[in-house]
Design a protein around this ligand. Structure first.
Ligand code: CUA
Length: 135
């Protein structure tokens, strides 16, 4: 079965894919890992996100209170998370294994500086075949 590999799946509206619609369309499995993150004063939940290098990941981030931000410098990600629980979707493929800081990129109160998380990127098992050649 062919895999979408590293192909970028076009973003769809929240209403589309958060509904009962299955994540896997027939004949084209979406192997993108979906991780839901809650931003709140003053933490990310979960605080540690674990992914695998080369793995397509979709983060769905919501705020439980006011405005926050999510910043992952190693991936060039910086997005505002609006108040009210509206989901912000970010897609990335981490190429480099390691531990990378996640910060809140919007001032959100006294604990803003302590609002941090960690992205843990595990090396691929049997590294040597690029993800786009996985079939
Ligand atoms: Cu949350 Cu700054």
């Amino acid at each position: 079965m062919a895999s979408v590999g590293a192909a970028i799946v076009p973003l769809r509206g929240l209403d589309d894919w958060s509904s009962a619609e299955p994540h896997q369309a027939a004949g084209q499995p979406d192997d993108r890992r979906v991780i839901e993150v809650l931003a709140r004063r003053y933490a990310f939940e979960p605080a540690v996100l674990e992914v695998t290098a080369g793995e397509p990941v979709r983060l769905v981030v919501r705020s439980a209170d006011g405005v926050h931000g999510i910043g992952i410098d190693s991936l060039g990600i910086k997005r505002q998370i609006p108040r009210g629980g509206e989901a912000v979707t970010l897609e990335f493929v981490a190429r480099q294994a390691g531990r990378f800081p996640i910060v809140c990129s919007e001032y959100c109160g006294n604990g803003h500086e302590e609002m941090k998380g960690t992205l843990v990127v595990h090396a691929r098992e049997g590294a040597g075949s690029p993800p786009q050649e996985r079939r």
